[in-house]
Design a protein around this ligand. Structure first.
Ligand SMILES: [Zn+2]
Length: 177
């Protein structure tokens, strides 16, 4: 089957992105995660020259160190002006659904004040695979809603991206004028 092999180089596949049909070998999968985070950081201006960025998540710490290697910023625990949080797509959608259940609209986005969310368009399973391939131990606890959300994505690939767009629109409508 064509999907058994990396769409880019033909090496054995370690991951298939069901939402767009792309297959990845180990190297191209790792590169895919780094490229996506780099694009998020640049496109949404999550990090600027001179920033002091802190994170407590080992996977996010690994990714940021690789992506920002040559950038004039500092990854540090002391006096950070940016707090990078490892929120995944699945976690954000689960939080938005939990908020809806309480009659609230979650204010979503790549940044909120000092907090930045460079993983928010990556799926939990992608972050878990990245961590496994790099040998990073990661806390895999997830809420009931997140489990349901993950199952939904498995049954209906790309649903979570549609949810994210819809929740963004709702948050825009809910913002005070
Ligand atoms: Zn490849």
């Amino acid at each position: 089957m064509a999907f058994e092999r990396c769409s880019t180089c033909g090496k054995p596949r370690v991951y298939l992105a069901s939402y767009n049909g792309r297959a990845f070998c180990e190297n191209h999968f790792l590169e895919f995660v780094l490229k996506k985070v780099k694009k998020n950081l640049q496109k949404h201006e999550l990090i600027r020259p001179g920033d002091r960025v802190s994170t407590t998540d080992p996977t996010l710490s690994d990714v940021l160190a690789r992506v920002t290697k040559e950038w004039p910023i500092k990854l540090t625990k002391t006096n950070p002006n940016k707090l990078a949080e490892p929120l995944s797509l699945n976690q954000e959608i689960a939080m938005a659904i939990d908020a809806l259940a309480k009659g609230e609209v979650l204010n979503t986005g790549f940044k909120q004040g000092k907090r930045i969310f460079p993983f928010r368009n990556l799926q939990t399973q992608e972050l878990e695979l990245y961590s496994k391939l790099r040998g990073i131990e990661r806390d895999t606890d997830c809420s009931t809603t997140e489990k349901l959300v993950t199952e939904l994505e498995k049954q209906m690939p790309s649903t979570l991206f549609s949810f994210q767009t819809s929740f963004e629109r709702m948050a825009g409508l809910a913002r005070p004028r």
